[in-house]
Design a protein. Sequence first.
Length: 461
Amino acid sequence: MSVVTRFAPSPTGYLHIGGARTALFNWLFARRAGGKYLLRIEDTDRARSTQAAIDAILDGLDWLGLQHDGEITYQFARAARHREAAEEMIARGTAFRCYASAEDVEAMRAQAHAEGRALRSPWRDGGAAPDAPYTVRLRAPDSGEVLNDDLVQGPVRIQSREIDDLVLLRADGNPTYMLSVVVDDHDMGVTHVIRGDDHLTNAARQIPIFHAMGWEAPKFAHVPLIHGEDGKKLSKRHGSLAVHEWRDMGYLPEAMNAYLMRLGWSPGHDEILSKEEAASQFDLGQIGRGPARLDFAKLDSVNAHFLKNADDARIERLTLDFIVAHRAWSVPQAARSRIAAAVPLLKKRAKTLAELADMTRFLVAERPLTFTEAATALIDPDMKARLTRLTARLVEPRVWESASLGAVLKTFATEEGVGMGKIGPGLRAALTGGAPAPDLGQSMELLGREETLARLADQTR
């Protein structure tokens, strides 16, 4: 059997990290099996589905590198096929037209609840059809049980008497979610449905629909949801949830994939894997049954790992793009070479692109620098005099690199009879205006001789 998985988001909002992890698990499972990973947009909720949400979902999946196989399936466009399936079930005797009014249904539901059973329509066994609106309902099984031999949760059994005569077509002829999902999964050849465990009860309702059409149900794998660091279900109170927000905070897509796949999946080691490396190891049996918890410190650590090992040219480009998109300052063309030279060093010190971008701020700031209040306080008359004397020493090194510059600073401190604590803060303030920067020797090397001396001159005139 060729494995086919699918990711089926509803375009009523952005792609959140729980959905991204579901897509990733489907991608990993399909890739390990050499199968297909399909994408279906479940846009049947016309009042809430938007093109903006569809675009955001596709953009998020593209950023994560979770490219689907084949064409995208749009569920609403297949409504005629869903209605056709409902009519076929009527012909098979596994569905029926129900003429009960809304008031009748409310009374039937109340009675069923009082008797501790599922709703059963009086029209399930036929009767003279009145000239009245009707819905199409599944003729739910009366006896036995519905077994979902779940690949994550284990066997889940629901007694058939607990399943309603489900509505398949509404009175206006529109198919319900339950029917549409089943028909689409069958027609797309889906063999494995991997989704959040908030859909676990849906499986017991969808399996009888598969059987009502004489189809084999796919295998289900219901993955526990992601909780916040406080152990509670994710919500807006936990901060950024949409994938694009994590991108805007400076996380790399490979880091997000590596972190998300380990929220629930435990392959038995702590090695940080790319999704391509993980594809050969991914096993649904290694997914725990308890909710995973977000750990922002761990995410930062994973991102720092990928940032450190990423291609320098790529990180330079991403850093410049991040500055353009998320910072109020710009990078003059003449200063771009400084960022290129700084990336190999600074990417080892940063946890995110946001931090890395801020670390480059001192390199591209135009003179005269804008000083923070704390940096201004460091440049008092004594420090100005000391910086004047230091400038005379800094014209001496023939090779302008961090090691020799660091040696000059140590010699100067000895001559001044003070520790570096009396020199370093003021020098750093003069060179950066208070912006983040690496150690002084590296900062001066990255700025270059001319810019370093010019910034010192600005403070010693």
